[in-house]
Design a protein around this ligand. Structure first.
Ligand code: SF4
Length: 422
C-alpha cells in the first residue's frame, strides 16, 4: 500500500517532555467506539479513579449535538491522570488504548491537495520552546500517527475558499499560502511590520475579480503585490488608537481567549454566570477591573493594558515567526482546520492572535506589577491563545466570525497590531 504523503514544518522541533500540561487543560472528546472501549476497561469497579466521579461525561454541544468527553478531577486534570502525572489508561492497557485525541496531540493534520500537511498546537510548552528533535527527522513516526487519523480511502480534498464564497483550485490556493509563508520568513523584519505588509497585499487580493485572474495570471499578480509591499509599507506607522468600538470588540474577543475552559473550572452556577457577565461588561466598557480569568492573569484594571509596554523582546520575534509559519505551512488557519472560514478571513483572524497574545502578555505583566513585557509573558500568553484558536466552539459562532470581519473591514486590524506592539 502506498504511504500517506505528509509534509512537515521545516522550522519546528518537538518531543513530549511529560509535563502533563495537555492532560490538565484540554477537554478530551471521544468517539462512540472509544466510549465503549473505555467503559469495557472496568474503571468504575476498579476504584482507581477519583471517588464518586464517572469517567465519561455525556452532554450536548453548543450546537445541540450529543457528545461525550473524559471527566476531569476537581483541579481540572483528566480523570485518568495519576499522582505521578502519568496516564492510567496508557499504564494499564498501553498507548493504543488511549483516545485518539490524546495520541495525536499536539499534532494537527490537514488536507493539502493529495497530501496531508502537519501543524502543531502551541498550547504545548515544548512546542512554543521548540524543544526536542526536528520534526523532519521524525517523518516515519509522525506518518504513523497521521495514518491513525486520515481515512485510507479519503475523497479528494476540497481547497478552502479564498474569500466569501469564492473557491479557487488547490494550485492557486497553494500559490497564496506559499506567499503568506514567504512574507512571514526571516527575523530581521519585526513581526508587526511583516503582518502589516502581508495584510496590505492580502487586502488587494481580497478585492480581485477571480473570474479574470486565475492560474498563471494570479501567480504573477501575487508576485507583483508581494514585491510592492515593502515599498508601500516601508516602516511601522506611528501608533494611532483604534476606534472605540473596535477596541471594545477586540477586548471581548481577547477576553474569550483568556477564559480557562477546562470544564472543571467552568462555573455554570448563577454566581459564575453573573461573574462572566460582569467580566463582559468591563471588557466592553474598558472600565473597572478585569477579574481573574486564568491562574496567570490576576485581577487588573482594564485601562492598565492600554499604555506603552516597550519594544517586543528580540527572542519573541523567533517565536512569532515560527508560530505563524507553522500555522500557515500546516494550513491551520482556514478551511476545515478553522471553522471552514475562507483563507483571507482566516489569515485576518490569525493575525489578530498577535495582538491578543500581546494584550494577554501585558495582562500577565501588570498582574505581576511590571510595566514591560518579557519573552516569558509572550510565550505563556501564546500558549493560552493557541489553546483556544481553532478549538474553542465559541470562535466558530457567527458573532465571533463577524467580530473579526468587522475589525478587519473597518481598517482597525492594522491599528490594533501596532497599538499592542508598542
Ligand atoms: S503539554 Fe506537551 S510536553 Fe506536556 S505532556 Fe502534553 S504533549 Fe507532552
Amino acid at each position: 500500500m502506498a504511504h500517506l504523503q505528509i509534509e512537515l514544518p521545516t522550522i519546528q522541533n518537538w518531543n513530549c517532555h511529560n509535563c502533563s500540561g495537555c492532560c490538565k487543560q484540554h477537554g478530551i472528546f471521544i468517539t462512540e467506539e472509544e466510549e465503549r472501549r473505555i467503559e469495557s476497561q472496568g474503571w468504575e469497579a476498579s476504584g482507581e479513579l477519583s471517588k464518586g466521579l464517572e469517567p465519561i461525561i455525556k452532554e450536548k454541544s453548543l450546537f445541540g449535538k450529543k457528545q461525550s468527553r473524559l471527566a476531569q478531577q476537581p483541579d481540572g486534570a483528566c480523570i485518568f491522570l495519576d499522582e505521578q502525572g502519568l496516564c492510567r489508561i496508557h499504564g494499564k492497557f498501553g498507548e493504543a488504548a488511549k483516545p485518539l485525541a490524546c495520541r495525536i496531540y499536539p499534532y494537527a493534520f490537514h488536507p493539502k491537495g493529495n497530501e496531508i500537511t502537519v501543524s502543531l498546537r502551541f498550547s504545548c510548552p515544548s512546542v512554543t520552546q521548540n524543544l526536542g528533535k526536528s520534526l523532519v527527522r521524525q517523518n516515519k513516526e509522525i506518518r504513523e500517527i497521521a495514518e491513525l487519523v486520515v481515512p485510507k480511502n479519503r475523497p479528494e480534498s476540497v481547497p478552502p475558499k479564498v474569500t466569501g464564497q469564492t473557491r479557487l483550485n488547490w494550485k492557486e490556493i497553494l500559490e497564496i499560502i506559499h506567499r503568506l509563508d514567504q512574507s512571514m520568513a526571516g527575523e530581521a523584519t519585526p513581526m508587526t511590520l511583516k503582518l502589516l505588509r502581508t495584510l496590505f497585499w492580502l487586502n488587494l487580493i481580497q478585492q480581485t475579480n477571480y473570474q479574470n485572474i486565475r492560474g498563471e495570471r494570479l501567480a504573477e499578480l501575487l508576485d507583483l503585490l508581494v514585491e510592492a509591499a515593502p515599498a508601500e509599507v516601508p516602516a511601522i506607522p506611528e501608533a494611532v488608537s483604534p476606534a472605540k468600538v473596535a477596541l471594545m470588540q477586540f477586548r471581548l474577543l481577547a477576553g474569550q481567549y483568556a477564559r480557562k475552559d477546562t470544564f472543571a473550572s467552568m462555573d455554570t452556577s448563577f454566581k459564575g454566570r453573573f461573574s462572566q457577565l460582569r467580566a463582559a461588561t468591563r471588557l466592553s466598557s474598558g472600565k473597572g477591573n478585569l477579574p481573574q480569568l486564568h491562574p496567570d492573569l490576576g485581577e487588573v484594571p482594564v485601562s492598565a493594558l492600554e499604555g506603552s509596554f516597550g519594544p517586543i523582546p528580540a527572542e519573541s520575534e523567533e517565536l512569532f515567526t515560527r508560530y505563524f509559519r507553522v500555522k500557515i505551512q500546516g494550513i491551520h488557519f482556514c478551511g476545515p482546520a478553522f471553522y471552514d472560514i475562507p483563507l483571507i478571513e482566516g489569515f485576518q483572524a490569525l493575525a489578530l492572535t498577535y495582538s491578543v497574545t500581546l494584550w494577554l502578555a501585558r495582562w500577565r505583566a501588570v498582574a505581576q506589577s511590571r510595566t514591560t513585557i518579557t519573552a516569558e509573558d509572550i510565550r505563556e500568553a501564546l500558549q493560552i491563545v493557541d489553546h483556544q484558536h481553532g478549538y474553542s466552539q465559541v470562535f466558530g459562532t457567527w458573532s465571533s466570525k463577524k467580530r473579526i470581519t468587522t475589525i478587519a473591514h473597518s481598517g482597525n486590524l492594522d491599528k490594533l497590531l501596532i497599538w499592542y506592539a508598542r
